[in-house]
Design a protein. Structure first.
Lengths: 1006, 433
């Protein structure tokens, strides 16, 4: 049975626009101007001959000079006193934490160059996200301040301390308030420092303010169960997950952790035991989580509340008012089915909601209590401390500031002048504060309004700790001396508080040695080595919901009605940029959004049909105006799957004072956030009017097209249960073989990628960038299809056609189906084909095959004919159009003496005119082999891990030796689900993909 | 083709050296022995003897006049045995020198003792421009400094002038003899006319052009091949560090300073705290009239160390900027530990190293005789590849890592030699990534 699904990467491919067809023929978007040169005018002019002679003369001279060159003078400067643990050429690994997640930092000769997950973290060892991978670049960011700043001038720490102490004393004496505004602080040591600070200045108080807030859930739990916490969610214990707009695989609370839990029930190992969870997603914008859902139902933002009421009513049999979904019949149908299944699977279901509205979250609590989630899939007794921000408290602070009640304010890891919903109000309020101090590492939007900037360390230069979950602590330790003249914020506070211990290392250590370590029976060095300590989790109790929901329902219905106007706008965090704090990170800016594949910009996402209704085409610039009068001009992106009548804009863009790479990239969408019913609300109603402008977004989605060849195979879970090879039928074709067969007597490096586990989050892309010195090319170059990523994640849309034959007319007639597209993410990298078509066409043998199954690329041999890229059926080869690491045009991104410190010294930086592609992290293979040789032992499975594999939270990538029948990858490759992309052209790829399985129910086929 | 250039090169070189040596043809026949003797002397004798000063033992200049060679050949390897045997000359010598027993050197055979005696006889070599240069050139393969080339050219020029003069003289004499005998000779054709005539001779012109082409061609060919090859490269280092003294005479293990070579890709230049392990005490004051050696002082200065107070002042420290001698291109990956640890036995065997020689000598040459370090091997890709093609690594079977790999290969190549090339050691990705 051949699948009758049609897959397409973007609407231009779907509609086969003339531009797409034209571009698709060429591997490279811009051909060389050969014809201009060879036409008659070109030949008859005088210049070619003269130019030729000039070039000849210069070339001859240059060659002569080069030949005369004696020997290069390369300085080699050893340590004066070498630290005992450092051996040049050998990496050292240190445990640390990034945003509460335990990590290993790989350093070479004292420079942190790579972030890896900490295998000691146990339950919380779940890969790393793109932000963590890219964070090494922030350490070397040249846009940071190099010394502390006082009144806009660089100063010394002594002067700054003098100033701040006087101001704080003044504020304390005046009887006014002192406020420390910080993103959620979950570090025990930082909290102890703040306690000392408050002891010295009793007028001081910590105000936790998160740019993207979870106050709604925290207050709902306080209201429902008397516990003001974020619960610990256990997606691995849920057989049925129903999500209302919660992007839990991406940006919601702790995406990597949830990804690991979620895929544990859906990956090849789980499928081998015939087990797979079901996931239903209701949302308006297409989120990463939505693309992975078995059933995704687009609902308007204003329908979300009524949908939850309807679900509650259906489960409990009650009849709360407002549970009507109007004309969204699909949603209605799916809710009824979900309710039935949730009621059947008591204790094995989980309902989550992305809303920050307290009433909505109370209703979600009621539903979860009704289906018995508490104690199984939701754990309120081991809560999560990643977010503790209080919206009302910060809003109150702004009011206090404008009333002149605040004498001094300090900003730690917070930037309200950018991410507060009313920047003008905040700036005006800030003017009424006599002393303003920021701990930012750069003169950002808030810091530049402050009197003093006590520049803080990067986390890789810091001491510290984190407490992400109840009973789970991780350590932060410095891996490099401070790059600039910065000082850790905690140390600054200790100095200003005249604390007895001013050295923060001493402080953290004595804090641990006094409070934590004795109980655990551990020494300080143990915790530095392991990086984490966790105590046995408390038993998770079941909670029952007893309150009346009448008022809640009224509140939900009235906010839903308030929203249902013009265009319903959702502002959301996207994976690369999140809340915009890392906006100057070029790796993240160039990471394509997992769904839209847009880089370097945010945009207004509209559904195809809705855009047609508004008479807007893709890339038309529109003005989006909020009810508060804020308006921005942004290009439109046509997004299949977006709910009709809604628009989505990503947060985190439009920074103005973050640095060279991130300034003025996209537009700021935070002002569309509104403060309603005591919390920040991320849905609002806006008007959209075209400006007549046109702005091409730098999208990577259709750059490397398979031209409609079948590269995705999928089946439903039901079909899979009947036949594990469902959807993986081999087509009838005869194999012709032009190649000689070679044995692979040693190792045979191969990979298996589980399409059912891959969520498309993109952390592998950044991990690969950092590991392999892959340059950032910038927006303009991406528009020219010159992005350099060695691994890309192809995102395919598809939908089921009821009748077998697919003709173009019919497809277009069915345009409404574009609301209900399903999505497959496919990581695509060099397939290391045994019969590699690229190898046969290389005129200089720069790309050849190795005896261990790798397709190798010798950069110093490559002359840049690009024949290989033209002949690669997978389109995974990348051409260096510039010397990206050494070209002033790319100074904004990576080319400067500081960011070059992030380079991996084991990988060549490629120069202009050279082709490159995935090397299967050959430096890691060689290092793994050498380690085994030095220890005189055979290579073990798992000794060598690819950078992409290591970063993957979902364990979707398995790498190993196919010659070892017991290796993980050999086992994976024996799965019936394994297929090879474009198997029929018989290039014998080394990477097997496992069919995508969807746990859909035919009765709710969207 | 490379070999041809090498041959040409060596022919050129030997021509130069031969002419130089043949012209001076003086008493440097023993030079090699004396040189060897000097090394031996510094290794074995110098802790108790000097040439012109009495240390523990007597000054040795003129020792060959004071004692017969026969006696010395017995005395030096084992003086105690000679004294015990009651040899009067030996007993007298023992008593004259405060009855301090001299260490026995059973490892010194007759030839070695003769080398040492040759060195004592000749004394410390004087730095004479011509001879020193020629000797240096022959000893160091590529160490031809500008001075020595100039010396050779001068010698050759003088030789040619002498030859021409002698030729003219003999011709004149011959003519005089013939004239005396009354035989008439034709008048000499004027030189200018002769040359003009010669250039009208097509055969000669052809020959001349051919020679020119061959000369220029081989010169160009050599130049091209050697572009970027820096064999013999010996940059000036910030400290005149002598490997001969440290690795040769003092027999310090390579690993003591270059400890990275055995675990890392980098051999590593030692950090200065390693130098201080010895040089806190060793200051070579005896050679500099009680002052600290200026070279050792450089270490102190870089570290901000004050030898008087024995304290470090970090604020005064500054980095030591060595000049890298062995440069590989950025796109080539080389790992020391792979070669000196994993493949040590195979490399030793392939390069024929003695058991007492460190494996490092295989590529870095006789470091223990290098006054200042220079690049010994060409470090070209061909050089790498050749070794990978030829080295027999069947011995690696003892390493469990290779056991599986080699087993697989032995199935294919029964009994044949196994080289790195067979295990994929010639694949681009092994060194270029």
């Amino acid at each position: 049975m051949e699948s009758n699904k049609k897959y397409w990467k973007g609407l231009e491919e779907y509609n086969n626009t003339p531009d797409f067809v034209k571009n698709n023929k060429n591997e490279f978007a811009e051909p060389l101007p050969i014809e201009d040169v060879l036409n008659e005018a070109g030949l008859s002019t005088v210049t070619p001959r003269r130019d030729f002679l000039k070039a000849l003369g210069f070339g001859l001279g240059a060659v002569t000079l080069a030949a005369c060159q004696t020997a290069p003078i390369h300085k080699s400067i050893p340590y004066l006193v070498k630290p005992e643990e450092v051996t040049p050429g050998i990496p050292n690994y240190y445990t640390s934490s990034f945003n509460g997640q335990s990590i290993l930092v790989k350093t070479r000769e004292g420079r942190p160059i790579k972030i890896e997950p900490n295998p000691n973290a146990g339950e919380f060892n779940c890969g790393t996200d793109a932000r963590a991978q890219a964070s090494v670049l922030d350490l070397y960011d040249v846009s940071k301040l190099k010394a502390p700043v006082l009144k806009n001038e660089e100063t010394t720490w002594t002067k700054l301390d003098g100033f701040v102490k006087t101001e704080l004393a003044k504020a304390q004496a005046s009887g006014k308030k002192i406020r420390l505004v910080a993103s959620t602080v979950n570090s025990p040591s930082t909290n102890a420092v703040i306690a000392q600070f408050v002891a010295k200045y009793p007028a001081a108080k910590l105000v936790q303010y998160d740019a993207v807030s979870y106050t709604g859930i925290i207050q709902a739990n306080q209201n429902s169960f008397g516990k003001a916490v974020l619960p610990k969610y256990n997606f691995d214990k849920a057989d049925l997950i129903v999500s209302f707009g919660a992007d839990f695989l991406g940006t919601w609370i702790s995406g990597e952790e949830f990804t690991a839990q979620y895929t544990a029930n859906r990956n090849y190992k789980s499928l081998a035991s015939k087990k797979m969870s079901r996931h239903i997603q209701f949302e308006s914008g297409m989120s990463l989580t939505g693309t992975n859902a078995d059933t995704r139902v687009p609902v308007k933002l204003s329908e979300e509340g009524p949908a939850l009421i309807a679900l509650y009513n259906a489960i409990t049999g009650q009849s709360l008012p407002g549970g009507t979904l109007g004309n969204n019949t699909t949603a209605d149908k799916v809710i009824k089915l979900a309710a039935k299944e949730l009621a059947q699977n008591k204790g094995k279901g989980l309902v989550v909601c992305g809303s920050n509205d307290v009433s909505t979250q109370i209703l979600v609590n009621a539903i979860n209590a009704a289906i018995g989630s508490y104690g199984t899939t939701i754990d309120l007794d081991n809560p999560c401390y990643l977010y503790a921000g209080n919206d009302a408290e910060f809003n109150g602070l702004v009011a206090e500031m404008s009333r002149g009640e605040v004498g001094a304010v300090l900003f730690l890891n917070s930037n309200p002048a950018y991410d507060y919903l009313d920047v003008k109000k905040f700036e005006a309020a800030l003017k009424n504060v006599p002393a303003k101090i920021s701990f930012a590492d750069r003169a950002d939007e808030t810091a530049s309004l402050c009197d003093a900037i006590a520049i803080n360390h990067n986390y890789l230069e810091s001491w510290g700790d984190a407490n992400a979950y109840e009973g789970y602590y991780s350590i932060v330790q410095p891996t490099i001396n401070p790059v600039f003249n910065s000082r850790q914020a905690e140390e600054s506070m200790l100095i200003w508080a005249d604390a007895p211990v001013k050295n923060y290392y001493q402080f953290v250590r004595s804090n641990w040695e006094a409070k934590m370590l004795p109980a655990l029976g551990l020494k300080w060095n143990d915790i530095l080595e392991k990086g984490v300590v966790s105590s046995a989790p408390k038993p998770a109790a079941a909670y029952s919901f007893t309150q009346s929901l009448a008022q809640v329902a009224t509140s939900i219905v009235s906010s839903s009605k308030a929203l249902a106007k013009e265009v319903e706008l959702q502002v959301y965090e996207n994976i690369p940029m999140r809340d915009g704090k890392n906006a100057n990170n070029a790796f993240l800016q160039e990471l394509p959004d997992p769904v839209s594949k847009v880089t370097w910009d945010n945009y207004v996402a509209l559904a195809p049909k809705y855009a047609e209704k508004l008479k807007i085409k893709e890339f038309d610039v529109v003005t989006v105006k909020g009810t508060n009068g804020y308006s921005i001009d942004l290009p439109v992106l046509i997004q299949p799957g977006q709910a009709q009548g809604t628009a989505s804009i990503a947060l985190g863009y439009g920074r103005t004072k973050v640095g060279k790479a991130g300034n003025d990239v996209g537009k700021n969408a935070f002002p569309f956030v509104s403060f309603v019913n005591g919390t920040m609300q991320y849905a609002s109603s806006v008007t959209i009017t075209p400006t007549g402008g046109y702005y091409e977004l730098a999208q990577t989605q259709t750059h490397h097209s398979f031209e409609g060849r079948a590269v995705i195979k999928e089946a439903t879970f039901k079909e899979f249960l009947k036949d594990p090879a469902a959807g993986n039928e081999k087509g009838e074709h005869k194999d012709y073989d032009l190649w000689d067969q070679y044995e692979k007597p040693g190792n045979n490096w191969v990979m298996a990628i589980d399409l059912n586990a891959c969520t498309g989050c993109g952390s592998c892309v950044v991990a690969c960038n950092v590991e392999n010195n892959i340059p950032v090319v910038g927006r303009d170059e991406v528009r020219r299809r010159r992005e350099m990523h060695w691994i890309r994640i192809d995102r395919y849309y598809s939908y089921e056609t009821k009748d077998g034959d697919v003709t173009k007319e019919k497809e277009i007639a069915k345009l409404e189906d574009l609301d209900h597209v399903s999505v497959v993410h496919q990581p695509m990298l060099c397939q290391h084909c045994d019969h590699a078509p690229c190898e046969t066409v290389c005129p200089v043998l720069a790309t050849v095959h190795s005896s261990d199954g790798l397709n190798q690329m010798a950069y110093n041999r490559c002359v840049g004919t690009r024949y290989c890229a033209n002949n690669c059926p997978y389109k995974v080869r990348r051409f260096n159009w510039f010397n990206y690491w050494n070209d002033s045009r790319f100074d904004n991104y990576l080319n400067n003496e500081f960011t070059q410190l992030v380079l991996n010294p084991d990988v060549t930086t490629r120069s202009r005119g050279v082709m490159e592609k995935c090397s299967m992290c050959i430096q890691r293979i060689q290092a793994g082999k050498l380690a085994a040789k030095l220890q005189k032992r055979p290579l073990k499975d798992g000794d060598i891990k690819m950078a992409c594999q290591e970063a993957c939270s979902a364990n979707a990538i398995v790498f190993g030796d196919a010659n070892d029948p017991n290796s993980e990858v050999s086992k994976a490759l024996r799965s019936e689900r394994i297929y090879y992309v474009l198997e029929e052209i018989n290039v014998k790829p080394g990477i097997g993909y496992m069919t995508k399985i969807r746990n859909t129910d035919p009765s709710v086929q969207a | 083709m490379r070999d041809i250039s090498m041959i040409l090169k060596s022919v050129w070189k030997s021509l130069f050296v031969f002419s130089a040596i043949s012209v001076i043809a003086v008493s440097t026949v023993n030079a090699q022995d004396a040189k060897e003797g000097r090394t031996l002397f510094r290794a074995k004798c110098s802790s108790c003897h000097a040439l012109d000063a009495k240390l523990v033992g007597p000054a040795l200049t003129g020792v060959t006049d004071r004692h017969s060679e026969e006696f010395l050949l017995k005395w030096i390897p084992n003086s105690q045995a000679l004294i015990a045997s009651g040899n009067p000359e030996a007993v007298k010598l023992f008593n004259d020198n405060g009855k301090v027993a001299m260490t026995s050197f059973p490892e010194l055979d007759e030839a070695k003792v003769k080398d040492i005696l040759a060195y004592i006889q000749e004394g410390e070599p004087k730095p004479a421009a011509g001879t020193e240069g020629a000797a240096g050139a022959s000893a160091k393969d590529e160490g031809t400094s500008g001075l020595s080339i100039a010396g050779i050219v001068a010698i050759v020029a003088i030789a040619i002038v002498i030859l021409v003069i002698l030729g003219r003289a003999s011709k004149l004499l011959e003519r005089l003899i013939l004239q005396k005998q009354g035989i008439e000779i034709e008048e000499d054709v004027p030189l200018k006319v002769g040359i003009r005539k010669m250039f009208k001779n097509k055969k000669f012109v052809m020959f001349f052009i051919l020679c020119l082409i061959i000369a220029l061609g081989s010169f160009g060919w050599m130049g091209m091949w050697n572009t970027g090859v820096h064999t013999g490269y010996q940059p000036v280092q910030p400290i005149k560090f002598s490997h001969e003294l440290h690795a040769g005479i003092n027999q310090i293990d390579c690993q003591y300073c270059h400890n990275g070579a055995f675990k890392s890709k980098n051999a590593t230049i030692p950090s200065l705290n390693v130098c201080m392990n010895c040089h806190k005490a060793v200051q070579a004051r005896d050679k500099y009239d009680g002052e600290i050696s200026p070279e050792i002082k450089k270490i102190y200065n870089a570290l901000g160390y004050d030898p008087e107070t024995q304290k470090y002042d970090e604020s005064k420290s500054k980095p030591m900027e060595w000049v890298r001698v062995h440069n590989l291109p950025d796109f080539a990956y080389f790992n020391h530990s792979q070669h000196v640890v994993v493949a040590e036995d195979a490399i030793r065997k392939a390069k024929g190293l003695q058991p007492n020689e460190p494996v490092c000598f295989a590529c870095h040459g006789p470091v223990n005789t290098m006054e200042e370090i220079y690049q010994y091997s060409p470090l070209t890709m061909k050089w790498c590849i050749n070794c990978h093609k030829e080295t027999d690594i069947s011995g690696q079977k003892n390493n469990a890592f290779y056991a599986k790999v080699i087993e697989a290969h032995e199935k294919i190549k029964k009994g044949e030699k196994i080289t790195p090339a067979l295990l994929g050691g010639l694949e681009c990705g092994k060194c270029h990534y």
